[in-house]
Design a binder for this molecule. Structure first.
Ligand SMILES: *Cc1c(COP(=O)(O)O)cnc(C)c1O
Length: 450
């Protein structure tokens, strides 16, 4: 056999944007409108950067999730996770749709009351509940989810002192096959701590155990973890029935469903990889329905879904401040919003769209924020058309955790507007001013005429 002729291998630069061995070019289609409202007009009227929320999308998400669960299980209740986005207008949309409130601090508890949520529709979670807050929650018949033994003993003492009959559940942590385990909140299932807490509550004079709660993680990508969690909560509820003839009123499976954002370092986009709410609902309800409870004893199923109900209803609009070349030749684009506004850029590779038509050419770009701080990187590497100073862009799926975790650092937080179902735009949080920020500051007398 004749030896094949040696041919020197060639290295060919792959031009991004055109079809290559990784597939066809990724489109950078201009997003000129949010709902039917023009992006340039929004920025013209409300400034840049600007957070925009679609009320229509929030309602769509809520109705979709409740339909999915209610068609699989007879008794379902959602409770809006305040810390995910506690702008009052947002909370009120959820409450109008029928959602209860899920809060994790006295501050959030007060917000829920001020938003008109009846006390008995507020779930009070978290490790930090002050004595006065526990007393208030107990008097309002709120659902107090006990996090640790010290809180349990405090509640027993307060109930005695103030003649309270608090409605309580315990938060249970457990091995769901997801590591590292979330075992810092609540009572552990496997080592018997959860059952010990339950028996102490049953033996207390005043506490009324009405539910069992878990919140096993956030941005969960495996539905089987929920099946395991549901199974373990059912096991506790079953033991309560068998050993104490006590019927538990509800199982609260917490939050944690992912949005369709793409986690940093993922090979495939979130839209292609995250399980749907249907799959989570199947995993949870299959377990509870088949556990063996009598029909009339089936517990209410509570869900505290946050992120998955709001992320895709939020947008951040911004403007290009400048382009520059780094010393290694890479293109860098500086935007007028940074990690101070877009906290979730620490975890996500957000979809970013230009807000105007741009040419066919694209280039890999680093997106920097405007802060004078090295960590202010919105994206290490993204393929975008050649945006110019003054061009606008739209960041997608920013509704969850940005409008609560944003930082007032170096600069002020921008306007937040909501587009209602008739495409009317409402400011739901004013851009901050220096006066607003400084209104909480005091100057000691010896510095007043410095
Ligand atoms: C944060 C939180 C939620 C919401 O979590 P998501 O991952 O946003 O769905 C629900 N319950 C509790 C107790 C929480 O702390």
């Amino acid at each position: 056999m004749e030896k094949l002729k040696y041919e020197r291998p060639v290295i060919k630069k792959l031009i991004t944007g055109f079809t290559n061995k990784f597939g066809s070019q990724s489109k950078n289609e201009a997003v000129t409108h949010i709902e039917s409202v023009n992006v340039n007009e929004l920025i013209g009227k409300y400034g840049s950067p600007l957070f925009v929320l679609s009320e229509r999308q929030i309602r769509r998400n809520y109705q979709n999730a409740t339909r999915i669960f209610r068609t699989r299980y007879p008794k379902v209740q959602f409770a809006w996770s305040y810390k995910t986005n506690y702008l009052n207008a947002v909370c009120r949309v959820f409450h109008q749709e029928g959602s209860w409130a899920e809060v994790v601090s006295g501050f959030e508890y007060d917000k829920a009351i001020a938003n008109g949520v009846p006390g008995n529709k507020i779930i009070f979670n978290g490790p930090d509940k002050k004595d006065e807050e526990l007393i208030r929650a107990a008097r309002n018949n709120s659902l107090i989810h006990i996090d640790h033994f010290d809180e349990l003993y405090t509640l027993i003492k307060l109930s005695d002192e103030y003649q309270l009959k608090p409605l309580v559940a315990i938060r249970v942590n457990m091995d769901t096959g997801i590591y590292p385990k979330w075992d810092r909140f609540g009572f552990n299932f496997e080592n018997g701590q959860a059952w010990n807490a339950i028996t102490r509550i049953l033996n207390s004079e005043n506490l009324n155990l009405v539910g069992l709660h878990c919140h096993i993680g956030t941005f969960m990508l495996t539905t089987s973890a929920y099946a395991i969690a549901a199974n373990k909560l059912c096991e506790l509820a079953w033991s309560l029935k068998v050993k104490h003839n006590k019927t538990i009123q509800y199982l609260d499976l917490g939050g944690g469903f992912p949005s369709t954002n793409t986690l940093k370092g993922s090979y495939l986009p979130g839209t292609d990889t995250v399980p749907s709410i249907d799959q989570f609902a199947d995993a949870i309800t299959d377990v509870i329905l088949n556990y063996g409870f009598k029909q009339e004893d089936l517990p209410l199923l509570i869900l505290e879904t946050g992120r998955a109900l709001i992320d895709d209803a939020g947008y951040l609009l911004g403007t290009v401040l400048a382009n520059k070349r780094l010393s290694d030749g890479r293109r860098a684009t500086i935007l007028d919003f940074g990690v101070n506004s877009l906290f979730t850029s620490f975890w996500y590779e957000h979809k970013v769209s230009p807000a105007q038509e741009s040419g066919q050419h694209t280039e890999e770009t680093i997106l920097y924020g405007p802060l004078c701080m090295n960590i202010d990187v919105i994206r290490e590497n993204i393929t975008l058309p050649l945006l110019q100073k003054g061009d606008r862009l739209v960041v997608h799926k920013v509704g969850a955790y940005n409008m609560t975790q944003w930082m007032q650092f170096i600069t002020l937080r921008p306007n937040v507007v909501m587009i209602d179902k008739d495409n009317n735009t409402h400011v739901i949080r004013n851009a901050e001013t220096r006066e607003y920020i400084e209104s909480a500051e005091l100057i000691p007398p010896h510095l007043t005429n410095a």
